[in-house]
Write a protein that binds this ligand. Structure first.
Ligand code: NAD
Length: 473
């Protein structure tokens, strides 16, 4: 299999045209550990140019809903048509299997289509002898969208689509680990969307900070780590910019004592290891009754041993590398630390030799809360399976965290499981599944997992501000 080569450099898009930056940075293929491309390294002046382009495009874009609808449908079609071109770029920069990259492009196009026709109608809340009172939702202006490296296109378009549909204009900055697929999105949509409506640039964390501090940015929609989310909330506070923050998670899956070990493992494993564990809302710790722990651990370990790990460009691959070296090293160090505290490795447990950032799918047990791999977000292919005494004990431990993204309960008795799921402190709880979501299902974390909601009309509302018109009679 020959290494992926980018046919030509991908440029930033500002005001509908290619925008050359003075500096560039290297992009590494995580399956090989080798630089395969460069990306524009936006300076504060480049960020300023992008924000001004978005600001200048706002008045025309907000004023014509029919034109927005048509442009968003055209954007969805253009993205679909570019799927075979974008998918290999996403695999080369991110590591995920090519089929998943193609699926990600298709979902991104579907997000644009889903929001193209959605509108927030004016609402009459009072109509009597004294007054006519109406509520309208108005766009905010130029918004900053900042994304992480696990699902650059899905997360990007989950924000871009409602932002644009509501009448805002956008500056998008993807993670410096995965800049190319988003830059390509910008290229593909040049000429499809009016100039300045969607500006895409890449750069490091300083470029992100320049966006969040820019006086013409009215809202920041961010997905990434809790630490960065807090820094962005602080930057936004100075100007009272609106924020949506989708942050980290440490989802618990609680297995009840009537569950079948093989069924539970078959249900949780692919969701925990999908995208090599780099999913905000993946199950990251599994609580099982002590009586079931041995068969559950063995069922998970068998799946881990059989998982096909490799270069995402290889059609046989199920699980690619970690996206970057620091993340692979972090997972390796969390596992080493757990073992030093007495954890047992039931499968995996080490890096895979070579230059890529591969790590064996790993199942740990004889481990408990108070261990970093249980208490923190590992964001990688290493899953602790923890024994519990009774359901109260499991719930207490599942909830004893600053995170509050998702959680799940697994049982042959869905009613009993639902009663437990309702007591989990998380924005989303599932019964006999996990991570399941859709365009029209709200996606929202509580506590340190986030502020605001994505998907459905909630996301559209999040890109607007309410306007009340009260007419005296
Ligand atoms: P990160 O916070 O390191 O970076 C995310 C983005 O923020 C990048 O584009 C980065 O350049 C930018 N950034 C960094 N510092 C900034 C600053 N001070 N101001 C503005 N922008 C800045 O996150 P990551 O490591 O790329 O992503 C992994 C994290 O994302 C995990 O914690 C994961 O759980 C979380 N995540 C959450 C969701 C969700 O919806 N809740 C979805 C996916 C990932």
């Amino acid at each position: 299999m020959s290494a992926f080569v980018l046919p030509k450099p991908i440029t930033a898009t500002i005001a509908g045209a290619a925008y050359p930056t003075r500096a560039t940075f290297d992009v590494v293929n995580p399956a090989t550990g080798e630089v395969f491309a460069t990306a524009p390294d936006a300076s504060a002046a480049d960020v300023d140019a992008a924000v001004r382009a978005a600001h200048d495009a706002f008045a025309a874009w907000r004023s014509d809903p029919a034109a927005r609808r048509a442009a968003l449908h055209a954007a969805a079609d253009a993205l679909d048509a570019a799927r075979d071109e974008i998918a290999p770029i996403l695999t080369a920069e991110q590591g995920k299997p090519l089929t998943e990259s193609a699926r990600e492009v298709a979902i991104a196009a579907a997000y644009l289509r889903y929001y193209a026709d959605m509108q927030l109608e004016r609402q009459v809340i009072r109509d009597d002898a004294q007054a006519l009172v109406e509520i309208a939702h108005r766009p905010l202006g130029a918004v900053a969208i900042i994304t992480p490296w696990n699902f650059p296109l899905i997360i990007g378009t989950a924000k871009i689509a409602p932002a644009l549909s509501a009448g805002n204009t956008v500056v998008l900055k993807p993670s410096p680990f995965t800049p190319l697929s988003s830059l390509k999105l910008g290229e593909v949509l040049r000429g499809v969307l009016p100039p300045g409506v969607l500006n895409v640039l890449s750069g490091g964390n300083e470029a992100g900070a320049a966006m969040t501090e820019h006086p013409l940015i009215r809202k920041i929609s961010f997905t990434g780590s809790t630490a960065t989310g807090k820094a962005i909330a602080a930057a936004a506070a100075a100007d009272l910019k609106r924020t949506t923050l989708e942050l980290g998670g440490n989802d618990a899956a609680i297995v009840l004592d009537d569950a079948d070990p093989a069924t539970v493992a078959a249900g949780i494993f692919p969701r925990a290891f999908s995208n090599t564990g780099q999913v905000c809302v993946a199950p990251k710790r599994v609580y099982v009754p002590e009586s079931l722990r041995a068969p559950v651990v063995e069922a998970f370990a068998a799946l881990a041993r059989n998982a096909r790990v490799g270069d995402g460009a290889d059609p046989a691959t199920q699980y690619g590398p970690l996206n970057n070296r620091p993340q692979r090293d972090r997972v390796a160090s969390l596992v080493r630390d757990a073992v030093s505290r007495g954890a047992t490795i039931a499968a995996g447990g080490s890096e895979i030799a070579g230059n890529g950032y591969f790590y064996q799918p790993t199942i740990l047990t004889d481990i408990s809360d108070g261990t970093p791999i249980v208490d923190e977000e590992q964001f990688g292919p290493a899953l602790p399976i923890i024994g519990y005494r009774d359901v109260e004990d499991a719930l207490t431990r599942a909830n004893a965290t600053h995170f509050g993204l998702g959680g799940s309960v697994w049982s042959g008795d869905p009613e009993r499981a639902t009663a437990v799921a309702e007591r989990m402190e998380a924005g989303m709880t599932w019964v006999n599944t996990h991570t399941a979501t859709s365009f029209d299902q709200p996606f929202a974390g509580i506590k340190w997992s986030g502020i605001g909601v994505e998907n459905g009309r909630w996301a559209l509302e999040g890109f607007t501000e309410m306007h009340v018109i009260h007419r005296a009679r």
